[in-house]
Design a binder for this molecule. Structure first.
Ligand code: FES
Length: 117
């Protein structure tokens, strides 16, 4: 993962299928795999200025506030949920798994459906 200017950025894989992204004072959960052909977004390019992430495989780019695809081969939106400012961050791997499960449940439809392309 690489970042751009616009303030501190971080990207953590907190579950096999979820990323926690912190950028420009905002935190969001996203699916870990690109909706195009399952590129691993943790190795993508995170732009802290435009709040976008670009897949390392075929360069689809997604708006991190809406999940909308803004460039690349047509594949639909990235599933994203913005976290409230008061949502605590996980402090350990075990806590991260529990935390991710709770947030994925709250963010209906965040996780890809089984068997989805
Ligand atoms: S897998 Fe991400 S753009 Fe193709």
């Amino acid at each position: 993962m690489t970042g751009d200017t616009g303030g501190p950025v971080s990207l953590r894989q907190i579950a096999p299928d979820l990323l926690l992204i912190e950028v420009a004072g905002r935190r969001m959960l996203t699916q870990a795999e690109c909706p195009h052909r399952r590129g691993r977004l943790r190795y993508g390019y995170l732009n802290g200025r435009t709040l976008r992430i670009t897949c390392p495989l075929h360069h689809s780019t997604f708006d991190l506030l809406t999940g909308r695809q803004v460039a690349g081969p047509p594949c639909g939106s990235l599933r994203v949920t913005l976290l409230p400012e008061d949502a605590a961050s996980p402090r350990s791997a075990a806590e991260a798994a529990e935390w991710a499960a709770e947030w994925a449940e709250r963010a209906e439809g965040l996780r890809p459906e089984a068997g989805a392309p």
